[in-house]
Design a protein around this ligand. Structure first.
Ligand code: FAD
Ligand code: EPU
Length: 353
């Protein structure tokens, strides 16, 4: 029997820990559960929202639909001559999976240590940190096609992974519920220690365990722990701008931080926000985090509109100061469908007109 909670309060199901309700909260532990949810006669016309641990979510109002906690569990190790091939159910906890793999001598995930969330959510925005992205370890992604209610599988290439992006945020948005991921870890391990802060922390020959520990140390020093202070990690993505624009900005701001990204430049949004003097900018219970300007925190019983007001002020300031439009990485859920900062604010000003 599935566990169903009507009118559930969601603050413990997302890491911003902001009060919000949904019509129904359902816990799915099997594929059968998922199919039942999507064919349930009472819920047929209600919007549905799959949730992992809610570490990339902001509920902007009451969600008038069915929130589905994905709790499909199971890890399987297969191998071929060159690789460990892990098959991981979507509801497995990502940080525990990374530590387990390192402990078992299967290396390649260590740079992605401590990223909160479920394994099945990792492909959606192609999680990344400290020189690695999910795409570098992905073999396949299996999902429930929500039209035919059949399982389908995409190879890594077919997922169209890009910086904080994949097919699951594009063509398959709202059409696929990920049920399993396949990871491919080479038995010949190459350490990835190019990220500056890691180099400084690792003494002697790097090992996967040393990288794992160093990544955990850097992350703990910069990123607020959601158990202590609500947040959803980087609120905005690092913007990618034309190199000519970057060169112009560099004349005005010689310390600006950016990295080549193909033909363009990826700019550190944290630096832009910090340099605009916005660290600590506060509205109600939400503020720009003092240790990492790319993170917005719920420091004191924030409501969603506090977070939105801070985010809008940051976006507008950055646009005016540098002519760069920030896009948020955090996914916003409105009452019936996904929404975003621009439609919420422009929608509101249109109503006033
Ligand atoms: P949720 O927040 O529950 O869901 C995110 C989105 O995916 C929602 O739109 C949801 O509807 C959808 N979804 C969830 N499960 C499924 C499914 N099975 N099928 C289809 N859709 C689904 N991200 C990084 O990339 N790098 C980082 O270094 C990083 N650091 C972070 C640090 C902190 C402190 C926090 C709080 C977040 C950080 N994040 C980072 C963001 C977050 O960890 C990732 O986005 C993660 O993959 C979210 O997983 P989740 O299970 O919590 O997803
Ligand atoms: N910076 C500042 N001030 C700040 C924050 C950053 O000057 O307040 C500068 C730093 O000094 C550094 C640069 O900006 O030179 C980049 O900062 P950092 O290394 O902390 O990384 P980031 O670009 O802010 C990205 C990801 C993180 C990921 C880290 C490590 C995005 C949107 N964010 O952050 O992912 O953990 O790199 O690889 O790409 C997330 O997506 O939620 C997330 C936390």
């Amino acid at each position: 029997m599935m566990h169903v909670t009507p009118q559930a309060e969601l603050s413990s199901y997302h890491t911003f820990s902001i009060k919000a309700h949904c019509d129904f909260l359902v816990e799915a532990t099997s594929l059968d559960d998922l199919i039942q949810i999507y064919t349930h006669s009472e819920w047929k016309n209600l919007p549905k929202l799959p949730l992992g641990t809610g570490s990339n979510m902001l509920f902007t109002e009451h969600f008038a639909g069915v929130a589905i906690l994905n709790r499909l569990k199971g890890r399987e190790i297969k191998e071929d001559e060159q690789h460990f091939l892990l098959e991981v159910a979507a509801g497995e906890d990502w940080p525990s999976l990374v530590e387990w793999a390192v402990d078992k001598g299967m290396f390649g995930l260590e740079n992605l240590a401590l990223i909160p969330g479920c394994a099945g959510t990792a492909p959606i925005q192609n999680i990344g940190a400290y020189g690695i992205e999910f795409k570098d370890v992905c073999d396949f992604v299996e999902y429930l096609d929500l039209e035919s209610l059949t399982l389908k599988r995409l190879s890594c290439n077919e997922c169209y992974f890009a910086y904080r992006d994949s097919i699951f945020k594009q063509q398959l948005s709202g059409k696929a519920l990920i049920t399993k991921v396949g990871l491919k870890l080479s038995k010949v391990w190459t350490p990835k220690t190019a990220y500056g802060a890691l180099q400084q922390l690792i003494e002697g020959e790097p090992s996967a365990r040393k990288i794992f520990d160093a990544v955990c140390q850097v992350r703990r020093s910069k990123l607020p722990d959601p158990k202590v202070m609500g947040n959803a990690g980087s609120f905005f993505k690092n913007p990618v701008i034309p190199t000519a624009q970057f060169t112009e900005l560099q004349k005005r701001y010689p310390n600006i931080v950016g990295y080549p990204a193909g033909e363009q430049m990826k700019v550190a949004a944290g630096w832009l926000i910090d340099n605009a003097g916005l660290k600590g900018y506060t509205h109600g219970g939400a503020r720009v985090h003092a240790q990492q300007a790319l993170v917005i925190v719920n420091f004191n019983q924030a409501v969603a509109t506090d977070v939105l007001a801070v985010a809008w002020h940051v976006r507008e300031t950055i646009l005016q100061k540098y002519q760069i439009e920030l896009e948020h990485e955090v996914r916003f859920m409105g009452s019936k469908q996904e929404t975003n900062l621009v439609s919420l604010f422009q929608g509101a000003s249109n109503e006033r007109l």
